[in-house]
Design a binder for this molecule. Structure first.
Ligand code: HSE
Length: 405
């Protein structure tokens, strides 16, 4: 029997207990051993819940128990999660976590301790919730040079953008509705500003390249500036707007970015809607692959966490997740990243198109009957720096969205 401890009995923690109880037979068979939750750490008590007999309030009980071989960290945040996880690894206990803040900020150090101790620091649930992506990158796509990972990695923003497209409503209205329905948090900043997706793409880039990508180096824009008019233009071009987290190899090096992007029907991520997540991977010999499913939620996230527990139990004294080294990967400057740009401009096509083309060269322009007093155009490919330089020459630009078609 392998004894484990769960840190945190919130949404994911209670999901982990539920998954282990519900699928006990399958989980034990797959692990090749019986898994038993000996402790659940939480500040609160849960009278009436069978978990109460396992509840402890003091982490020392867990860290000092030599029977505990695997610690599941599902508290979120970095404090005290970082201290708890580091101490667990240092005392030879494998750790499985869903905590992307922890992995993005301290993953390099924690992976190194796990390698030294010949145990495992696993974090399948930190990116894409229940969708397997870390393990496939680590153990399946090993014959490939991965040249692109592009993902819809945040369910809240994908729900908001899908709803804006369905209802023709503005961002603020849909956000309020999403908060009322419990899809968006009361403080939605981490989701709508793109910070959550930023941490996730930094983790995926690090796993794919084997070098540490600092999430603070990833240029990040959220969806707060997206309007109902943007969506109308996107539809006119047969496209949808998605918050894409991308890491791509270019001739100059690797670029990583989080931003809203217009993608057309030919892109596999085009039809990923509502709260779903999907991760598109391109390998030099594989070609395209896509991983799709539930990117958040109690049971999907717990399913990924428990799959890590199974892996940790199967490899109790073997490090199977090298992750990435402490060598830092320098991303190319955002100004050097190439794209096409969708631009909205005040005025009519008739009066302003010549001016726009004098600055941007030939563009693909459209004027929509349902959007008054402005028109939109898509530029040819250019770098972000070139775009900024040109855009500064025009004082009537209303907005810009990057385009992938
Ligand atoms: N807030 C995240 C989302 C939860 O909306 O996708 C999963 O990390």
């Amino acid at each position: 029997m392998v004894q484990i401890a769960v840190l945190g009995y919130g949404t994911v923690g209670s999901g982990v207990v539920e998954v282990i109880n519900t699928n006990q037979e399958i989980v034990n068979k797959n692990a090749g051993d019986e898994i038993n939750i000996k402790y659940v750490l939480d500040l609160r008590d849960f009278p009436g819940d069978p978990v109460q007999e396992k509840i402890v309030h003091d982490y020392e009980v867990i860290i000092n128990d030599p029977e505990i071989k695997v610690v599941v960290e599902v508290m979120g945040g970095t404090n005290p999660a970082y201290t708890f996880v580091k101490r667990a690894l240092e005392s030879g206990k494998s750790v499985c976590t869903s905590n992307k803040e922890l992995v993005a900020k301290h993953g390099t150090e924690l992976l190194e301790i796990a390698r030294e101790k010949n145990i495992n620091f696993l974090f399948e649930a930190s990116c894409g919730g229940g969708i397997p992506i870390i393990r496939p990158l680590n153990t399946s796509l090993t014959a490939d040079d991965i040249d692109e990972i592009s993902g819809i990695l945040n369910g809240t923003t994908n729900y908001i953008l899908s709803k804006m497209a369905d209802d023709g409503a503005d961002f603020d209205v849909v956000l309020k509705d999403a908060q009322e329905k419990g899809y968006a948090e009361r403080n939605p900043a981490a989701d709508i500003e793109g910070w959550d997706a930023c941490r996730k793409i930094a983790i995926l880039s690090s796993v794919a390249t084997g070098k540490y990508v600092d999430f603070q180096d990833v240029y990040t824009e959220g969806i707060t500036e997206i309007t109902a008019a943007d969506i109308k233009y996107a539809k006119a071009w047969g496209a949808s707007i998605k918050l894409l987290a991308t890491s791509r190899k270019t001739a100059e090096g690797i670029c990583a970015m989080v931003s809203p992007v217009m993608i057309d029907r030919n892109h596999p991520l085009y039809s990923v809607n509502d709260v779903f997540n999907a991760i598109f991977v391109h390998g030099n010999v594989l070609g395209n692959a896509m991983f799709y499913g539930s990117g958040a939620g109690k049971l999907p996230t717990a399913s990924a966490v428990v799959s890590d527990v199974v892996d940790a139990v199967k490899h109790i004294d073997t490090n199977v997740m090298p992750g990435w080294s402490s060598e830092k990967l320098d991303l190319i400057p955002v100004g050097d990243v190439e794209s096409r740009f969708f631009v909205r401009m005040k005025g009519s096509c008739q009066e302003k198109l010549t001016k726009a083309e004098e600055v941007f060269g030939t563009v693909d322009a459209r004027e929509l009957a349902e959007v008054d007093g402005e028109f939109g155009f898509i530029t040819e490919k250019m770098t972000e720096a070139e775009y900024q330089e040109k855009a500064e020459k025009l004082d009537d630009i209303l907005g810009m969205i990057r385009v992938r078609f």
